[in-house]
Design a protein around this ligand. Sequence first.
Ligand SMILES: NC(=O)C1=CN([C@@H]2O[C@H](COP(=O)(O)OP(=O)(O)OC[C@H]3O[C@@H](n4cnc5c(N)ncnc54)[C@H](OP(=O)(O)O)[C@@H]3O)[C@@H](O)[C@H]2O)C=CC1
Ligand SMILES: CC(=O)N[C@@H](CCC(=O)OP(=O)(O)O)C(=O)O
Length: 345
Amino acid sequence: MIKIGIVGGTGYTGVELLRILAEHPEAEVVCITSRSEVGMPVAEMYTSLRGHFDLTFSEPDVDVLAGCDLVFFATPHGVAMRMVPELMKTGVRVVDLSADFRLKDLDTWAKWYGMPHESVKWAEQAVYGLPEVARDAIRDARLVANPGCYPTAVQLGFLPLLEEGLVDASRLIADAKSGASGGGRQGKIGMLHGEVGESFKAYGASGHRHLPEIREGLQFVSGAQVGLTFVPHLVPMIRGIEATLYAELNDVKDFDRLQALFEDRYCDEPFVDVMPFGSHPETRSVRGVNYCRMALHRQEDSNIVIVSSVIDNLVKGAAGQAVQNMNIMFGLDERMGMSAPALMP
Ligand SMILES: NC(=O)C1=CN([C@@H]2O[C@H](COP(=O)(O)OP(=O)(O)OC[C@H]3O[C@@H](n4cnc5c(N)ncnc54)[C@H](OP(=O)(O)O)[C@@H]3O)[C@@H](O)[C@H]2O)C=CC1
Ligand SMILES: CC(=O)N[C@@H](CCC(=O)OP(=O)(O)O)C(=O)O
């Protein structure tokens, strides 16, 4: 059994990790931390986990975490980069769900996250954990930077187009919408039901911290400079992201082969589902599961490719992708612990 530690176990991604790992046949959670709930039984705080875990929350402590094979950080930005250097000395492997190790350009990281990076060495060594791009590197990684939620939905949708150089990479548009659980569990006025319910708004339209992450990832696969307009929106639902993506084909004749291109690119990917041309993927079709489901569209004889891509922000956008990465790192079947279909309706 892989001995697992979770730092930040009371948050939304922490409890989602527990939900997935409860059914994982090769993983045992031995340590789960929360500074505010020390001594509280996990199953008392999250009654959905009654009968699954006999664990209590403890203080984050590197000496205790050192007894694990793998530690997940499900903490706000800035926490992992301070604990990882000490933890790495013990031989533990890490999957960080925060953004601390996602960017290679640390000046850009400091600009968007409002603090200097404190672990340059591990930022260099971390592997950006999008399995559909970096599976081989993830297998041997000591530290995996789990991609962000919007970046997962957006990159997977654009990937085949950019890898083949079929579109103008300087004029990409991503119009993305997220449920409120994307903002985490800590109290923020903007996330209250009275603020989010029966309302719908764009935010971060003049710049969001996921913009440089998406751009860096897409530049890596395309080998070209990427120009991206990315606008996130908050919708009155709890889970789910839908990203509508727009790209201009260099040669309009390529439209005829796009569906086959997407199907071929993802045919061996256990968690990417390319739907028939013209379908409309729904966020509820991925609720609670690790899938990215997508479909292609074209309006009349336009040269604009439209891709609609959906994920559950807490699963393929966070905890599920983190477990997928763990499975790869430990040589397990990537689907292990995540084979059930989504809840419907
Ligand atoms: N929500 C989402 O959809 C997604 C989130 N992420 C990222 O995952 C990370 C976790 O997100 P989420 O679960 O939503 O966050 P939450 O705010 O819901 O939970 C944060 C957790 O971290 C703990 N924590 C806070 N500060 C510290 C600290 N200084 N040291 C140790 N533990 C701390 C908290 O417990 P306590 O304060 O008691 O210690 C809590 O358990 C974030 O970086 C987020 O950006 C990534 C993709 C999607
Ligand atoms: C709806 C909402 O507020 N979403 C969050 C993004 C989700 C997240 O947690 O960000 P990371 O993927 O970088 O960790 C936001 O816009 O800040």
